[in-house]
Design a protein around this ligand. Structure first.
Ligand code: SF4
Ligand code: SF4
Ligand code: SF4
Length: 571
């Protein structure tokens, strides 16, 4: 059908919303509540447009087109209406921009500028609420909440957790956990998907920047950074690069200029994870289970299983997540190698993930010392780079330190959903064929942004049925099949965040499908361009086994690289 949009004729499909058509035509309509791939709610009304035939103002995100519709998106009436809505939001807002972590990247602040809101036209009582800082990963400031509902939708629809929801009505409406308790007292999995999708500063990660600066300034400490696979394809966005630009070398040199004594690569321990996990899988297949084995590198997913499917904890791989493995090795293998007491090593993980903050303080992860001392997100690293006065664009490209800095393309693809499975299949092939690498290393059934990917792969005598899932809504049916004893799979990768770590809760905001796609493409580009693309070909990992761990799955490897899980009836 044809419609007229700001005087131009354009085509539209029946059932499409005005907002979708406008975006396709390159017309920007602002919105605070809309989320691509979610059903519209029309709650913020900022996307108001004028429809001539009905002579009315309608929310474009929820309004379907019809034949010969005439729409104006930028008329004086539309701009006045939007400005009034913004003024009303601001009237019930702390206006705390000087101290707010989102200042400069806040969607409400941006709209006040764009619509010329310069005075307080509406004044009156403001909603009051206490800040919730009890969670180890997420902080909530309900006074800054504009009730857009994005967090509620992502937590319920995408993660199927439902840790937060709308409470009360009218002026008292707010978004909170049940009974307005703290987030750490409900089964929140700390994934941070609510944070990365919040348009304002109402939800943020629990910052570890202060303790990291203190450690850096303590000359008695050797402060070591490790960088997750998904950081290098997202950090640049904080400094205005193209979405998904690969900035590995600049990330390393930024960390050195900030003051880190060593910079290592979590991709190294992603390779190590593959060796340990493939060994564990072989062992389970030989011993008759329990299968399917479930991956354990996504701490939000692990917490989800502990809360909701504790009867399946034995299906979870006992491997620690890669950054925890790296931390454990830094305080044992590396400490011994360089002759430094582990008490003087401070490990900082730079992660795309807020759940890693919670994970790092789990008592199961560490011995005398925690494996990891602090976790900073991509966003926090960007803030530290700015605070240090570093011009990101002028940074030279530098390489990681040795020996925990070498990695293969298989380690790199951990950053994308399906990547762990693809990397595992490469190494499983090597093990099951007695030492032959796959001819074609790209395993396309595990690529792409679908929430559930399944495949069957025959290696030698063995046929493996595998799946990769991201976004926890997608995992429920598979877990119910395991419970019922009818799962056809041997091995399932699960990532809590939709699309995997490239779309983690600690990544640059706003989260958009376009950014997710670009970051994912860049992850596979790193793999393609890597001189080695099989985890078992990582020479530093081979050296680690020879010098320190012994065989994959050895007693020493189990002591340092594996863990156990707990049923969570309390939170
Ligand atoms: S949420 Fe946005 S508008 Fe509100 S105080 Fe923070 S920066 Fe300012
Ligand atoms: S961190 Fe995840 S589980 Fe917790 S409230 Fe946010 S979206 Fe829900
Ligand atoms: S906390 Fe953020 S995402 Fe959730 S409703 Fe409030 S403003 Fe929207």
């Amino acid at each position: 059908m044809n419609i007229t949009l700001n005087g131009q004729t354009c085509w539209a499909k029946p059932g499409e919303t005005v907002l979708n058509v406008a975006r396709r035509e390159g017309v920007n309509i602002p919105t605070l509540c809309h989320m691509s791939n979610f059903s519209p709610t029309g709650s913020c009304r900022i996307c108001t447009v004028e429809v001539e035939n009905g002579n009315s103002l309608v929310p474009s995100c929820a309004y379907p087109v019809y034949e010969n519709m005439v729409v104006r998106t930028n008329s004086p009436r539309v701009r006045r209406a939007r400005k009034t809505i913004i003024e009303l939001l601001v009237a019930n807002h702390p206006q705390d921009c000087l101290f707010c972590v989102r200042s400069g990247n806040c969607e409400l602040q941006k709209l006040t500028q764009e619509y010329g809101v310069r005075t307080h036209r509406y004044q009156g009582e403001r909603r009051r609420a206490r800040i919730d800082i009890a969670s180890p990963a997420i902080e909530r400031d309900p006074e800054k909440c504009i009730l857009c509902g994005r967090c509620v939708r992502i937590c319920h629809e995408s993660q199927q957790v439902g840790a937060i929801d709308f409470v009360h009505r009218g002026f008292k409406s707010s978004v909170a956990p049940a009974l307005e308790r703290s987030l750490n007292t409900v089964p929140c999995i700390d994934c941070g998907q609510c944070v990365v999708n919040c348009p304002v500063g109402a939800l943020t990660e629990k910052s570890h920047q202060k303790q990291v600066w203190e450690a850096i300034n303590n000359t008695d400490m050797l402060v070591v950074a490790q960088v997750a696979p998904a950081i290098r394809v997202a950090l640049g966005e904080e400094f205005g690069t193209d979405d998904g630009a690969v900035v590995t070398g600049k990330t390393v040199s930024a960390l050195r200029r900030i003051g880190f004594d060593r910079v290592f690569d979590t991709n190294f321990s992603a390779d190590l994870t593959i060796i340990e996990e493939a060994t564990e899988l072989m062992h389970r297949l030989e011993k008759g289970g329990p299968t399917p084995m479930l991956t354990s590198c996504s701490p939000g997913w692990v917490k989800y299983l502990e809360h909701y499917y504790p009867d399946l904890l034995n299906n979870l791989s006992s491997c620690k997540s890669p950054h925890e493995m790296q931390g454990a090795l830094l305080k044992t293998y590396y400490a011994k190698k360089i002759g430094v007491d582990p008490s003087q090593i401070y490990v900082v993980s730079v992660m795309p993930c807020t759940a890693k903050k919670y994970e790092a303080q789990r008592p199961e992860l560490g011995g005398e010392y925690p494996d990891v001392d602090a976790v900073i997100t991509t966003r926090e690293l960007a803030r530290m780079i700015r605070a240090a006065g570093i011009d990101f664009h002028k940074l030279p490209n530098q390489g990681f330190d040795d020996p925990l800095g070498e990695s293969t393309g298989a380690g790199a693809i951990f950053g994308a959903a399906g990547g762990v499975m693809e990397a595992a299949i490469r190494t499983a092939h090597y093990y099951l064929t007695g030492g032959t690498d796959m001819k074609s290393l790209t395993f396309s059934p595990m690529r792409g942004l679908e929430g559930v990917k399944q495949a069957e792969v025959t290696i030698g005598e063995q046929t493996l049925r595998v799946a990769a899932v991201s976004g926890l809504t997608n995992v429920k049916a598979l877990l119910d099949d395991i419970r019922a004893g009818i799962s056809p799979f041997h091995f399932i990768e699960v990532m809590a965040c939709p699309g995997g770590c490239v779309n983690g809760g600690g990544q640059p905001q706003p989260a958009t499908p376009e950014k997710l796609l670009k970051r994912t493409e860049s992850i596979y580009q790193i793999d393609r361009e890597s001189p080695r693309r099989n985890s078992h070909r990582n020479e530093s990992v081979q050296q680690l086994y020879t010098e320190f761990l012994g065989e994959p799955g050895s007693h020493c490897a189990h002591e340092l690289l594996h863990t156990h899980y707990v049923e969570r009836d309390e939170f």
